[in-house]
Ligand binder design. Structure first.
Ligand code: CAA
Length: 247
């Protein structure tokens, strides 16, 4: 059945593919972008509309509780109450811990992890009232295994999964599932920003022999958001081309 989805960071690399997969599954999709990315977000919205996907866009900053509240209020007024939340907004500020500045730590934790509190808090009461919800957190391979130069990012991404496992237990009996997805290295701007030599050495460690595609993440998110996935909760789905396998 068609639902309403909110994808934070929906105008970004993996976010755009998640929006498309959710729209292809028949859902109404809202996405948010931050002010400096307004032009590219509006361009993506126009291109998507020409291809038949009419996304609702809202500007705001998920690292601010007030901004998250105002974005969700706008979506619920203009579109419909949110049934599916995808916490996808995220950044990297890679550097070794020895060189890391307080700002590099705090901004990554604020945008990747505190955002999950800020946004989920706005939608959970409505999901509880309606006894239905799907929450998917876009975590990372590097939250599972750690990564040289990413103590801030890995901490934030492990935190997202800790959150998912705990909230899943609190709301399982109310028709709400909470899961995380852990993409490995996907061919987005974020990964292309890694110095080529380092990136080449990373691709050499991927058994599938290539970077993943955003659509390969979007498809799994759309499945977790579907009614068919009602028995999957508190789980993490790894999508990394075999780079990190665990039971
Ligand atoms: N393991 C062990 N040692 C390493 C290493 C590694 N993986 N990478 C680098 N080193 C060593 C280098 O050999 C070098 O050693 P020497 O000083 O003895 O020569 C030393 O560490 C410093 O390395 P750099 O010159 O690379 O240091 P830097 O400060 O210039 O750069 C860095 C550090 C920014 C972290 C850079 O290595 C880098 O960009 N690494 C990639 C990090 C990464 O994978 N980010 C993922 C981004 S995409 C993403 O996050 C999406 C997702 O979810 C998967």
């Amino acid at each position: 059945m068609a639902k309403t989805a909110f994808v934070t960071g929906g105008a970004g690399g993996i976010g755009q593919a998640i929006c498309k997969c959710l729209a292809d599954a028949g859902h109404k999709v809202a996405a948010c972008y931050i002010a400096p990315e307004k032009d590219s977000a509006l361009q993506w919205q126009a291109e998507s509309k020409a291809q038949g996907n009419d996304y609702y866009l809202v500007e705001g900053d998920v690292s601010s509780f007030e901004s998250a509240q105002s974005m969700v209020q706008q979506i619920e007024k203009d579109v419909a109450p949110i049934d599916i939340l995808v916490n996808c907004a995220g950044i990297t500020k890679d550097t070794t811990f020895k060189k890391m500045k307080e700002e590099q730590w705090k901004s990554v934790i604020d945008i990747n992890l505190n955002s999950v509190f800020n946004v989920t808090k706005q939608v959970l009461d409505g999901m509880l009232e309606r006894q239905y919800g799907r929450i998917v957190c876009i975590s990372s391979l590097n939250g599972q295994k750690g990564q040289f130069g990413q103590s801030n990012y890995s901490a934030s991404k492990s935190g997202m999964h800790g959150f998912a496992m705990s909230l899943a237990q609190e709301v399982a009996s109310k028709g709400i599932t909470v899961n995380s997805v852990s993409p490995g290295y996907i061919g987005t701007k974020m990964v292309m920003a890694i110095p080529q030599k380092v990136r080449d050495s990373i691709v050499a460690q991927i058994p599938v022999g290539r970077l993943g595609t955003p659509e390969e993440i979007g498809a799994v998110v759309a499945f977790l958001a579907s009614d068919d996935a009602g028995f999957i909760t508190g789980s993490n789905i790894a999508i990394n081309g075999g780079q990190h396998t665990q039971f």
